[in-house]
Design a protein around this ligand. Structure first.
Ligand code: SAH
Length: 459
């Protein structure tokens, strides 16, 4: 072990930063956050230092560094842009047995600063011993994504309950069991994330009332929007849920790369639907969600795009509401947004489209007055599930006097490596649709012309 990792209590303890530039500012900010009694010495300071001084958060000394400034300091950071000065600081600190960090020079420092993920009071620190700072940063980014923001609040809540738990459970083993149930409770963490006080209280009551060995935790269901395909378009919250789920119920629109992010030991249930070929009827999907939640599992219903946009999300929740199952919904990037962006087509444009309509080609045929509303100028039309209805869309819009030359685009497998985009004119829409396969989105409107100059994503 080249470095000994510790977390220091610096509140009210004198610390010194030498340097008044931007790097020094970053170090000073951390020390201020840790509550240190901070002195900064430098020839000049950034405006941030001056405002900290005004707010009485730090003390500034505007002059050259001299060794005795280190006397009585707990920690010193040398952060000037002058190597000789940094060296002097380090040697002076060493002589006084005071820990000293020299920025960008781990070999000459008696402590180095890790990459941190701050979910106070939970704190994760990563170090490569100064050998591969970029790797440490990449690891930090990975952990940053997988550690939910509410982790700190959950730890605070645990801290506030320590005495109560001690009083309630006399044996160490009982207390340990309690805390295991506390941190793995299917709803508590989510309720803390949502800051839903009644749900938090309900979960706590359940935890305190429960006999450790006989409890079946209450399950929950989260509808998660998986986005149109590119796993990078999944939200952080969506990712956290699919990594915690016991069961993931998904369909055909959820891409393989997104499924690879699901926790390895989670049960996966495919309820794939294809146009006109419902593999699992909707009522059965609803039942599946209910049954698994009733068994105490954390269920994620993973849906393509956004669950509430042509996703039957509300129908799937209805049965859960009826049975008082805890649920939440995580929105996703809907196909219209994802596919148009990856095709270089802005859905609105100040000059060409002041509104945008999302229309489903599935289900009951759109009625005549509706077509009249659709065939207006300065509006973008986005048809979901419209491929087989392309002849109807073409004929109906033309019948409402929409210009036959109106630009159209069909985007197949949008945002995925096999994305295919065909463009043309409204009068040829039905013909263009024959070249495409589901899932595909049809966009009608002047904005399609922007693809020529704005396309950026290619397979
Ligand atoms: N809830 C989803 C839509 C479900 S309806 C959402 O918000 O995106 C299914 C239709 O969405 C498909 O028929 C197709 O029109 C469209 N769609 C979904 N993903 C797509 C993709 N990657 N590429 C093109 N169209 C897509």
């Amino acid at each position: 072990m080249d470095y000994f990792p510790i977390f220091c209590q610096l509140a009210q303890k004198p610390c010194l930063v030498v340097g008044g530039g931007e790097i020094a500012e970053r170090k000073a900010r951390l020390l201020i956050d840790a509550g240190a009694q901070l002195t900064v010495v430098a020839l000049s300071f950034t405006p941030q230092f001056l405002s900290w001084q005004q707010a009485q958060k730090i003390r500034l000394i505007q002059r050259a560094f001299t060794d005795e400034l280190i006397n009585h300091q707990w920690l010193v950071i040398a952060a000037t842009n002058n190597d000789a000065v940094n060296q002097q600081v380090y040697q002076a600190a060493n002589a006084r047995q005071t820990f000293c960090n020299v920025v960008d020079s781990p070999q000459q420092a008696s402590f180095i600063m890790p990459s941190i993920i701050d979910r106070s009071p939970i704190m994760v620190a990563i170090s490569s011993g100064g050998k591969a700072p970029v790797l440490a940063r990449i690891l930090r980014e990975k952990l940053e994504v997988s550690l939910p923001q509410h982790l700190g609040r959950l730890a605070e809540l645990a801290g506030s309950l320590r005495d109560t738990v001690k009083a309630r459970f006399s044996r160490m083993s009982q207390r340990r069991q309690f805390w295991e149930r506390f941190f793995t409770h299917p709803n508590l963490a989510q309720s803390v994330a949502d800051q839903h006080q009644p749900h938090i209280q309900a979960s706590l009551n359940q935890l305190f009332d429960a006999q450790p060995s006989t409890t079946t935790p209450q399950g929950s269901v989260v509808l998660v929007g998986a986005g149109p395909g590119d796993p990078g378009l999944l939200t952080l919250k969506g990712l956290q849920h699919i990594q915690q789920a016991d069961v993931v119920i998904y369909d055909r629109l959820v891409s393989e790369p997104v499924m690879q992010l699901v926790r390895r030991d989670a049960e996966r249930i495919f309820v794939g639907k294809r146009a006109g070929d419902h593999c699992v009827p909707q009522t059965q999907i609803n039942q599946l969600l209910l049954q698994h939640a009733q068994q105490g599992k954390r269920v994620v219903r993973l849906k393509g795009g956004d669950p509430f946009i042509f996703g039957r999300g509300a129908e799937e929740l209805a049965l859960l509401v009826q049975h008082q199952i805890n649920f939440s919904v995580v929105p996703g990037i809907t196909a219209a947004s994802g596919c148009s962006t990856y095709a270089g087509i802005p859905l609105t444009h100040r000059d060409h489209a002041q509104s945008v309509r999302f229309i489903t080609g599935h289900g009951k045929d759109i009625t005549l007055p509706e077509w009249r509303c659709l065939a207006v100028k300065n509006q973008t039309l986005v048809f979901y599930m419209g491929l087989t209805k392309a002849p109807l869309i073409e004929a109906s819009l033309l019948a409402q006097n929409m210009a036959p030359t109106t630009p159209v685009a069909i985007i197949e497998n949008g945002t995925l490596p096999n994305q295919k985009v065909v463009t043309g004119e409204l009068q040829h829409l039905a013909h263009l649709a024959q070249q495409c396969h589901s899932p595909a989105l049809i966009i009608v409107g002047e904005v399609v012309n922007y693809r020529a100059s704005l396309h950026w994503f290619s397979s």
